[in-house]
Write a protein that binds this ligand. Structure first.
Ligand SMILES: [Zn+2]
Length: 316
């Protein structure tokens, strides 16, 4: 036997485990030194994979959001591993919707501690955790959910503002209000002027408020404007060329919806008729543009009705 065939075998014998040799499944887009967005941009906006991100420091990595399943979480972790071998220290969850949190267990197993808002209530979880998981399996499939465990409860709860300092970096985590959900958090990097906004911003400006409220969303948008970010990563879809333009578009949408619904309430127009001007929701597509507009309108109608009756603090 010559030496050659043996040498040919060597790369295989010394190769790292298969997981490390795979090309990263997602693209890590560098926003600033050490700051990356992992865009779910599939051209499907709110219906596509959600966005995530990570911040690399000399003392470890801070991950922003965990995607929709253990399988997506694994793929995100591999994408991070294509950039850095630093340990995963923290996972920050921008809110408690499953498309941002159901991959969290992967990061917990990798050693991360979870930073999240303590209020995890959402409409989707109203029927209890088992029903939520069963519903979600129908969305992403059983395979994607292998190894799933709930891992979105906070090791480090944030309901106001908290600052992580890691490897000389300052990472501000803040609750700007309950615009999208009661547990909304944003991740702000003051030195880089980069903001991970979660679902308070989405590509087309039609942020869902069925778990939040229109008035709170407007206040959140004011907070974002006040930061004057250089770059914002929305919860879904492409990074806007101009952060302030996406904020303005979102504000315009929600303000107009509030005005329309207020007028309807003041004129005694029943909800069904107030919503009739909108295109019907898409069956089986709960977050398509038409479905979002319709669901938001129903929510905002109720808000305006309560405000009209002087019950503005008791919207269910
Ligand atoms: Zn969401």
């Amino acid at each position: 036997m010559t030496l050659l065939p043996l040498l040919a075998l060597l790369p295989w014998l010394t190769a790292p485990p298969a997981g490390d040799t795979l090309s990263p499944p997602y693209v890590a887009r560098r926003l600033a030194p050490g700051v990356y967005a992992v865009l779910g941009d599939t051209g499907r906006g709110s219906e596509g994979r959600s966005n995530a991100g990570f911040i690399v420091t000399s003392e470890g990595v801070v991950v922003v959001d965990a995607l929709a399943s253990p399988r997506e979480g694994e793929a995100l972790l591999r994408t991070i591993r294509s950039v850095t071998r630093q340990p995963i220290r923290w996972l920050v969850l921008t809110h408690h919707h499953p498309d941002h949190t159901f991959g969290a267990v992967v990061f917990r197993r990798a050693g991360a501690r979870v930073v999240a808002h303590p209020d995890a209530r959402t409409l989707a979880s109203e029927a209890g955790p088992d029903a939520l998981v069963a519903d979600w399996v129908r969305v992403v499939g059983l395979d994607a959910m292998r190894g799933f465990q709930f891992a979105d409860s906070a090791d480090r709860p944030v309901s106001g503002t908290d600052t992580l300092t890691l490897g000389g970096r300052t990472i501000v985590i803040t609750h700007p209000g309950a615009g999208h959900t009661p547990g909304d958090l944003m991740v702000w990097l003051p030195a880089e002027r980069a903001l991970f906004a979660g679902d308070l911003l989405v590509e087309d400006g039609v942020t869902m408020v069925v778990d939040g409220s229109a008035a709170a969303l407007r206040r959140c948008l004011d907070v974002i404007d006040g930061l004057r970010p250089r770059v914002v990563v929305p919860g879904h879809g492409a990074i806007p060329r101009q952060p302030s333009a996406l904020v303005a578009r979102t504000r315009e949408y929600i303000t107009r919806l509030e005005r329309d619904m207020r007028l309807a309430v003041e004129h005694g127009v029943p909800m069904q008729r107030a919503l009739a001007a909108l295109p019907p929701p898409d069956p089986d597509r709960p977050v398509s543009l038409n479905s979002r507009r319709r669901r938001n309108a129903a929510r905002v109608y109720v808000e305006e009705e309560h405000a009209y009756m002087g019950l503005s603090d008791s919207v269910p």
